[in-house]
Design a protein around this ligand. Structure first.
Ligand code: HEC
Length: 445
């Protein structure tokens, strides 16, 4: 139902109103700033309205609609605040839309992206950014495109494919009791999502959406009830996994927050960001407690020691640093008193860090084509996992500590013996569709 040219009739929210609010109003009324408590970039936000007037429109009655009264100047301050008043035809267009009932004609496919009806087909292996072993070590969960694949841990086959709305998964965590899987990701420039799966029924229990961009890596609280993660809007967020409610968002960083982890007792969190900081915050309120590190360069990864409140951080400057979350004395400028140990400088930027389940080893991955394993106490290299191409984004230790798996740019899972660094197996975790097999799309594996 396109609006007839010239006639102010059949005004479309999606085609007419939404773009002009985007241009004139979204600078101050988007989710990130919400001036006057109003988020104007979505239909739901307009209906919900702001702090002073409630709903910004009264369907059918333009004269009772705060939004219109504010753009005409009947109400002060006139919108757009401090800017040029909207032209009479723009105001007329909004007026007509409201008088006609202010309907939302957003097409279904432009609304929240849907869960694909069929498992995705792959012409090549997608980059792996999320991967984790189940607590009993029997399954390896790997993030694909619009899905999480549950594989037999030895790579011998696919157990299940958990289809979701997010294009990409940035981290996967199992609850300690193995009943839940939490996948965090999203679709760039569209939305972020936390998926909570019941592993018994393989049902999606919650899909919690947050921000208008993808979410980055996170962690589960020790009791498995909450998930913390970082986001592109510079926030750290906490979600209740039972209710699906967002508990808080904390804005202590100045750039993308790429990962967050819980402390041992679940009462504190550490987040790392491209702003170079690792920050300690209260896990109940998100309140900032302390800076953990001395600022050096952009940070891309953090891992917490399984038995102590130590965090390993790394990024642009290629050195893994281990810090304690408990500062021995008050912070001074350029103070690095929380640094416990530095590890060997890597051949490239660091994107992935992991402790072995008993905490005795750390593994480091990134742009370099090897994944070294170090003794946590001595910082000495004890093994080297080789054969990578094009960057490692995730490292997962098997729960018994004997193996670790890596994933990254080339879409291959590689498993190694952690004592010797010997490669045990490598495989593509998704079924690859050969071009000529289009006649029989089901016969892939
Ligand atoms: C430069 C920033 C800015 C721009 C641009 C702007 N606004 Fe506002 N808007 C504000 C502020 C600040 C408030 C709160 C004003 C107050 O309550 O004193 C507000 C309040 C409102 C409210 C009332 C919310 C409530 O219930 O309290 C509405 C409706 C509104 N704006 C609509 C618009 C529309 C429509 C546009 C675009 C045509 C627009 N605004 C552009 C800053 C802006």
């Amino acid at each position: 139902m396109p609006a007839a040219l010239g006639a102010v009739d059949g005004v479309s929210y999606y085609n007419d109103i939404r773009p002009l609010l985007q241009v004139h109003c979204s600078g101050c009324h988007q989710a990130a700033n919400k001036m006057g408590g109003l988020e104007i970039t979505s239909y739901a936000g307009i209906l919900k309205g702001g702090a002073k007037y409630g709903s910004s429109i009264a369907k059918g009655t333009p004269e009772n609609s705060p939004l219109l009264n504010l753009v005409t100047g009947k109400l002060e301050p006139r919108m757009p605040m401090g800017g040029t008043a909207l032209s009479p035809d723009v105001i007329e267009l909004i007026t007509t839309w409201v008088r006609e009932g202010a309907e939302d004609d957003t097409p279904v496919e432009a609304k929240a992206p849907q869960v694909p009806a069929q498992p995705p087909k792959y012409a090549q292996a997608p980059t792996i950014t999320g991967m984790s072993y189940s607590p009993d070590g029997s399954l390896l969960a790997v993030g694909g495109f619009h899905e999480v694949l549950l594989l037999n841990a030895d790579g011998s086959g696919i157990e299940a494919r958990l289809l979701g709305r997010s294009d990409k998964i940035h981290s996967i965590d199992f609850s300690d009791d193995g009943t839940r899987l939490v996948a965090i990701g999203g679709t760039p420039a569209r939305f972020g999502e936390v998926q909570v799966w019941d592993l018994q029924s393989r049902d999606l229990v919650h899909s919690v959406t947050a921000t208008s961009d993808t979410l980055f890596a996170g962690d589960l609280s020790p009791d498995g009830k909450r998930a913390v993660f970082g986001a592109a809007d510079k926030t750290v967020r906490m979600v209740d996994l039972e209710t699906g409610d967002e508990l808080f968002k904390a804005g202590h960083h100045e750039d993308w927050v790429l990962q967050a982890v819980f402390g041992i007792d679940g009462e504190r969190i550490v987040s790392i960001s491209r702003d170079r900081a690792a920050k300690l915050a209260d896990a109940d309120t998100g309140a900032f407690l302390e800076n953990v590190n001395f600022l050096r360069d952009k940070l891309y990864a953090v891992a917490r020691h399984p038995r102590r409140d130590y965090v390993l951080i790394g990024g642009e400057d290629r050195v893994p640093y281990m810090y304690t979350m408990d500062r021995p004395r008050a912070l001074k400028i350029a103070d690095d008193s929380t640094l416990i140990r530095k590890f060997e400088e890597q051949a490239g930027k660091i994107f992935a860090l992991a402790f072995s389940p008993d905490g005795s080893r750390v593994a480091v991955g990134g742009v370099a084509d090897e994944v070294p394993i170090y003794d946590t106490e001595t910082a000495k290299r004890v093994a080297t996992c080789k054969g990578h191409k094009g960057g490692i984004f995730v490292i997962a230790f098997h729960p018994d500590g004997s193996r670790l798996s890596t994933g990254g740019f080339d879409g291959m899972v590689r498993s190694y013996d952690t004592r010797t660094g010997e490669q045990l197996v490598s495989f593509v975790p998704v079924p690859i569709e050969r071009a000529e097999s289009s006649v029989d799309p089901e016969g892939t594996d």
